[in-house]
Design a protein around this ligand. Structure first.
Ligand SMILES: Cc1ncc(COP(=O)(O)O)c(C=O)c1O
Ligand SMILES: N[C@@H](CCOP(=O)(O)O)C(=O)O
Length: 456
């Protein structure tokens, strides 16, 4: 069903292919299935099948799901898929960057690409994936779609606001179904262009538009699994907290979904960079949108965190019209006050801290000096947030390490003097030719470009 409640409910495949609900809301499942698994004795892929089966049933049976899950995570270069390692007293790192593009987006998108392929083949249809990226979703989505017969993918990135490695991971992919656009604007402009394209009914129909950002429920769903495996690894009998570097709120929302399913989560700690809308919301109770500034953690340079809407839907008692009104108010007035009682509920689960660039560099340096580990700037924001927020010392805290340090070599080198090398499969990335179009931040120009490029 949609968070805005004014369009018909769909099954899992409908939500997968639809991406964004026709009323502008986000798809959510009717219930949060309980996480009834024994992850401490199971492989990651076994847990994935157990956790995801109730969400995809009856569209997809366990055996078919298992085959896709096994294939998806065979692309990862670590046997444990998402290993969790001790970092320092009470803190653990959940390494989510062993997929093909070195960021946590691969965990969901390697599976989601296969889910699309299977459903499109079953329907004998094609789709166009339209993606907005602040750096990582783009390459992970491209990697999930490249060479697939039934998919075209168009990725919008904010010109000059992603790291060179991130940009090249997208623009050097030479596949006929992959198209990159550098937009003259920030990530929010790209995300708004995606939403405007979905709101254009003719364009949506003609191109059969779909999404691979975390507005697509399948993305969030796939991320629930690693919260389950990490909780089992670190605290099989007791509560655990998670610290999550946050932009679009999709990753931390998956942690909240895991908690709804019965994972014993004490706190979800949100880490933001200088673009700290979510942290200010949790601290003050009022969400106010402002401009976005470029930072050393560019993937989190986001103003409007789309997935907050899924959480507000539950907070507002699943009342779609109230959610629609609240989102309208936030859009039009740039301000949303959810009231004291609801804010108390938010704070029972969520805490937050924000870290500026100097703090991010200091944290990368400190972690390296004290543990010998290199962490990327996004992970550093997560570690810093975990250390800044008052926590129960008896509860372990897992920090989600969302990107490989080699994706952000300049920041890591500035902080530590060590330049992390790219893995072998990307070693010649900086020498490969790039293919990218530049466009203004204008939905009409984008619509013409999409029609011309895709022949629709
Ligand atoms: C490396 C990295 N860390 C953190 C985030 C923020 O995650 P989310 O947008 O799900 O909050 C992103 C982008 O989404 C990212 O690419
Ligand atoms: N941070 C993302 C952009 C938006 O997030 P998503 O989770 O909705 O795809 C990126 O790096 O591209």
């Amino acid at each position: 069903m949609s968070t805005r409640g004014s369009c018909p409910a769909v099954d899992f495949s409908g939500a997968l292919l639809g991406g964004l609900a026709p009323d502008g809301g986000l798809y959510v499942p009717e219930e949060w299935p309980s996480v009834d698994v024994h992850p401490s004795v199971e492989r990651y892929t076994d847990v994935a099948v157990d956790v995801l089966s109730p969400y995809v049933a009856p569209d997809l049976g366990r055996d078919e799901l298992r085959a896709m899950v096994e294939e998806a995570y065979a692309t990862f270069t670590h046997d444990e898929v998402c290993p969790v390692r001790p970092l320092e007293d009470g803190l653990w790192l959940l390494e989510l960057y062993w997929g093909p593009t070195l960021a946590f987006k691969d965990v969901a998108l390697q599976l989601v690409g296969r889910l699309f392929d299977r459903e499109l083949a079953r329907r004998d249809e094609r789709a166009t994936i339209l993606v907005a990226t602040s750096g990582d979703t783009g390459s992970a989505a491209i990697e999930a779609c490249r060479g697939r017969d039934r998919l075209d993918i168009v990725v919008l990135h904010p010109a000059g606001r992603v790291s060179e490695v991130q940009r090249r991971q997208m623009t050097t992919v030479d596949a006929p179904n992959v198209h990159n656009v550098a937009v003259d604007g920030d990530f929010d402009a790209c995300q708004d262009l995606v939403k405007a394209s979905f709101a254009d009914a003719d364009l949506r129909r003609d191109l059969r538009l779909s999404a691979m950002n975390s507005i697509n429920w399948a993305r969030v769903m796939s991320q629930v699994v690693y919260y389950v495996t990490a909780a089992a690894a670190v605290a099989p009998d007791g509560p655990v907290s998670f610290a999550v570097p946050t932009g679009n709120f999709g990753n931390v929302l998956a942690g909240w979904v895991a908690a709804q399913g019965g994972v014993d989560v004490d706190r979800l700690i949100v880490g933001t960079n200088r673009n700290d809308i979510v942290t200010r919301w949790i601290d003050t109770g009022v969400m106010t949108t402002e401009g976005v500034e470029p930072t050393l953690s560019p993937s989190m340079d986001i103003q409007f965190s789309s997935n907050v809407e899924r959480y507000l839907w539950e907070l507002y008692g699943r009342n779609g019209s109230v959610v629609a009104e609240a989102m309208g108010e936030l859009r039009q007035r740039g301000r949303l006050d959810i009231g004291t009682a609801r804010m108390e509920r938010v704070r029972r689960m969520f805490a937050a801290a924000s870290v500026d660039d100097a703090g991010t560099l200091a944290e990368i340096r400190r972690v390296h000096e004290e543990t010998g580990r290199l962490v990327d700037p996004h992970t550093a924001v997560g570690v810093a947030a975990a250390r800044a927020v008052p926590r129960d010392a008896s509860v372990p805290c897992v920090v989600l390490s969302t990107a490989h340090p080699a994706k952000f070599p300049d920041a890591v080198e500035e902080a530590t003097g060590v330049r992390p090398p790219l893995p072998a499969h990307l070693a010649d990335l900086l020498d490969r030719p790039e293919r990218v179009e530049s466009l203004p931040d204008d939905p009409a120009v984008l619509a013409d470009h999409l029609r011309a490029t895709l022949g629709a």
